[in-house]
Write a protein that binds this ligand. Sequence first.
Ligand code: CP
Length: 311
Amino acid sequence: MKHLLTAQDLTRHDAVRLLDMATEFSDVANRSVPKLPTLRGVTMVNLFFEDSTRTRLSFEAAANRLSADVMTFQVQGSSVSKGESLKDTAQTVEAMGADIIVIRHFSSGAAHRLAHSGWVDASIINAGDGTHEHPTQALLDAATVREKMVSQPRGADLSGLHLAIVGDIAHSRVARSNVFLLTTLGARVTVVGPPELLPSGVEGWPVHTSSDLDAVIDESPDAIMMLRIQKERIKGDFQPASGDYVRHFSLTKDRASRLAEHAIVLHPGPMNRGVEIASEVADSSRSVILDQVRHGVAVRMAVLFEVWGGE
Ligand code: CP
């Protein structure tokens, strides 16, 4: 696998292999020197045209743990403000030695363009492109669900589990990548949100849809993933952070108390506490939000290793 552009590119076999590899790599964090020589001499560049905390830092941590050299580009303070294009920016970082480019961009399709335009030879990893995909987020979410919900995780998929993804599905690259990866791994997925925040074409997705969160909670999902409203991507008059939204779609303490005893709560972050999720729920024993962050490093180690040859 030279590039990782979408979760839809991953077969069940690919995904299980990456999750198993991430499980192996997660042990590195417990060593006195948490480093492997695996990618010594390889240079990874983080090319971030949008803000990030988790994804950017965890790719840096993952590359450092594999002994790769790391360069980070952030659009603020760069020559993009002088009109430099994506092509020229990518070719500039490749001329400085980039072997792997991790790109986050506000345009859907930017990672695909970089991988297939012939502008650069580097491996490309999509770290989030517009409203399209965020495949490494889906992998780390699957790793978290697998660790928490599957008794013998190595080699296993997510067959038999029911996950609900709740919120602004229409503008969420996390939702899209998760729908495709989780269903590839055998899970049943229900997406839940107000009709205005369900994407056009959702009928063609391999999911059930609902605009009734209480009814979905009554179905006892094994895991529920709450999503932020992507205000920065919403055009038009819909004001989803209104009291109505919180009343119908927030995971309040009361709603969380009606989940099955074993059910876990995920959120990819950043959270808007008191909007899509109550603080008490985010900080509760059901919450696996920081486990997701922890898995992010190991999953990204696995993806870096895989795009660099996987040997
Ligand atoms: N989940 C996620 O992509 O978070 P960041 O925007 O902080 O990277």
